[in-house]
Design a protein around this ligand. Sequence first.
Ligand SMILES: Cc1cc2nc3c(=O)[nH]c(=O)nc-3n(C[C@H](O)[C@H](O)[C@H](O)COP(=O)(O)OP(=O)(O)OC[C@H]3O[C@@H](n4cnc5c(N)ncnc54)[C@H](O)[C@@H]3O)c2cc1C
Ligand SMILES: *[C@@H]1O[C@H](CO)[C@@H](O)[C@H](O)[C@H]1NC(C)=O
Ligand SMILES: *[C@@H]1O[C@H](CO)[C@@H](O)[C@H](O)[C@H]1NC(C)=O
Ligand SMILES: *[C@@H]1O[C@H](CO)[C@@H](O)[C@H](O)[C@H]1NC(C)=O
Ligand SMILES: *[C@@H]1O[C@H](CO)[C@@H](O)[C@H](O)[C@H]1NC(C)=O
Length: 623
Amino acid sequence: MMIRLSIPLGQVLLLALAFAAATTKRQQQLNVEQLRQLGLGNIINLPNYTDLPRGSYDFIVVGAGAAGCTLAARLSENPNWTVYLIEAGGVENLMHLIPVLAPMLQLTASNWNYKSQPQRHACRGMNNHECALPRGKGLGGTSSINFMIYNRGNRRDFDSWAERGNHGWSYDEVLPYFLRSESAHLQGLEHSPYHNHSGPLSVEDVRFRSSLAHAYVRAAQQAGHSRTDYNGESQLGVSYVQANTLKGRRHSAFSAYIEPVRPLRKNLHILTMARVTRVLIDESTKSAIGVELLHGRRRFEVRARKEVILSAGAFNSPQLLMLSGIGPEDNLRAIGLPVVQALPVGKLLYDHMCHFGPTFVTNTTGQTTFPTRVTLSDILSFYLAGNPATRLSSIGGVEALTFLKSPRSRRPSDWPDLEFIFVAGSLASDEGTALKLGANFKDEIYDTLYRPLQLASQDHFTLLVMQFDPKSVGRLWLHNRNPFTWPKIDPNYFRNEEDVEYLLDGIKEAIRITQMPALQALGTRLLDRPVPGCEHKLFGSDDYWRCSIRTMSYTLHHQVATCRMGPASDPTAVVSPELKVHGMRKLRVVDTSVIPLPPTAHTNAAAFMIGEKAADLIRGDWL
Ligand SMILES: Cc1cc2nc3c(=O)[nH]c(=O)nc-3n(C[C@H](O)[C@H](O)[C@H](O)COP(=O)(O)OP(=O)(O)OC[C@H]3O[C@@H](n4cnc5c(N)ncnc54)[C@H](O)[C@@H]3O)c2cc1C
Ligand SMILES: *[C@@H]1O[C@H](CO)[C@@H](O)[C@H](O)[C@H]1NC(C)=O
Ligand SMILES: *[C@@H]1O[C@H](CO)[C@@H](O)[C@H](O)[C@H]1NC(C)=O
Ligand SMILES: *[C@@H]1O[C@H](CO)[C@@H](O)[C@H](O)[C@H]1NC(C)=O
Ligand SMILES: *[C@@H]1O[C@H](CO)[C@@H](O)[C@H](O)[C@H]1NC(C)=O
């Protein structure tokens, strides 16, 4: 049965099914616990996540994202400590649980929906040259809207953190924290020393695989890229993706760390839909004593007996520090904020920029991952029978990753420069409804390049090319004191020309892989419509691709270093290797903003690791 559903209709049907399942059980009574399991918490504002502030707490954690949920769950294991977890957004719903719908979440209230400053050297294919910078809002944070790729990074990443004076953060020292969080269900890796099977966060193979992905993985091997576990001994090579899903459903920081323990922890209080506006500081001792927050129309001040911990993510943790008078003197003075502690907050911002493409077409049909190609039987099978191997479990079409070197690399040979993200689709995968809008692509780009693919029955796939170690550096600052205005974010993508050359190297290698027999057998060829704005370059020439890179610029949202970790002697550091804000007391930052250098990885796994390690650091101080 092949019923084509438009997205809203599909959603409605899924919700109806969920409701039916919830109501038919047990005397037609809507049971709150069942509703939560079905992912409907958002619809009926669940009472358990609206604990209004009561007096003071030992620890206040601001932001229930990947790192914040991990930290709050670990700290509240000690029944003697009270923990208050404050989150700006609401609760996950059914849509978050369905991996194939990942791109659509960027169009919902679960996204902060930031945009970059207009870019001069990148994002020319975006409206007003503004790149979209989505971030998750809600219990689970960005782990509730991301693409669920699980990837830790290279041994050398962490060793170079340690070399910069961040003692305790070398690979051998952080690996136990990655393992502590992980519960792996990965075929063939049951006995790998790099995987744990009893942590809270599920890591799985994606059970739905297209024949395009199989052909790609074979072709990459034919081109000389060996099969690897990119979270194991060596990153270099090709691998099917490892995902943060549990039985084919999204496993966010919230569902992994908070939901299971919530009923057991009287000492863990959680407030959703609450916006922290600043840290309360005793200026005589430079100590954090609590936070100010807005919930509904009410303003509260909540006190922390032991510590305030900011886990508000790479954009909002620096924003909150600055709103509290902790930041660069020039910026704070310019907006009339008294300086409590001068620190280079937001002065550095690294990200991972990609080229969205090349896209290839094949002679096959029926393999491209269109959410609109989800069938009614897929839905029934996923939803009612719990089948983890339907199209609904595809993580937005991402199926395989390849880590590789560029010929111009100046890094050691075991340290990748580039990654290919194999996607069984393109911007056309959702018929122009979500990916295009989420990334802020101009209509002209979609209409010229992708709309024809949406209409064609033939399959296509895209190899996103990503650079790990860009030399272009951005920054973030405030332009007024209003906590409700967005911070200004200028990632400054491709300011450094060499970053473009790395991506060009990657595009050439991606094309070479598609010329291997396994993909040629499917009739694979480059989609050869020129990118609007690049028509004047010879299609396929180096200059054509350089133009395409600066037009089809697409971030994978791995912003780091806005509250950089480093020893007190490091003039670029905001927090110490113990994640304490330099010059302050009782105040830490625990999230991806502390990562000091662009990692050779997507950043979600590191956020969990940082949360786990921070819990140990805090226990070490207070026990
Ligand atoms: C669309 C997208 C796809 C991605 N895909 C992947 C992927 O496939 N794999 C991967 O490894 N990484 C991916 N990433 C990146 C990764 O998910 C993030 O780097 C990581 O989850 C960030 O974790 P965090 O704990 O630092 O912050 P977050 O998870 O962003 O948590 C911050 C939390 O703080 C809350 N908050 C912020 N300000 C306030 C305030 N003032 N008051 C109260 N609460 C506040 C936010 O609402 C949020 O819940 C993706 C990111 C995006 C945006
Ligand atoms: C909690 O406090 C009690 C009484 O002071 C003490 O005996 C116990 O060890 C503490 N538990 C933890 C986990 O610290
Ligand atoms: C696996 O995870 C559990 C739970 O977090 C932890 O207790 C255990 O030490 C971990 N095992 C390894 C090998 O790291
Ligand atoms: C709410 O949490 C308490 C424990 O904190 C638990 O006993 C109760 O069952 C939960 N209620 C719902 C509706 O989940
Ligand atoms: C794919 O289709 C094209 C155009 O119809 C045809 O020329 C080519 O031979 C086909 N290739 C394979 C491998 O089927």
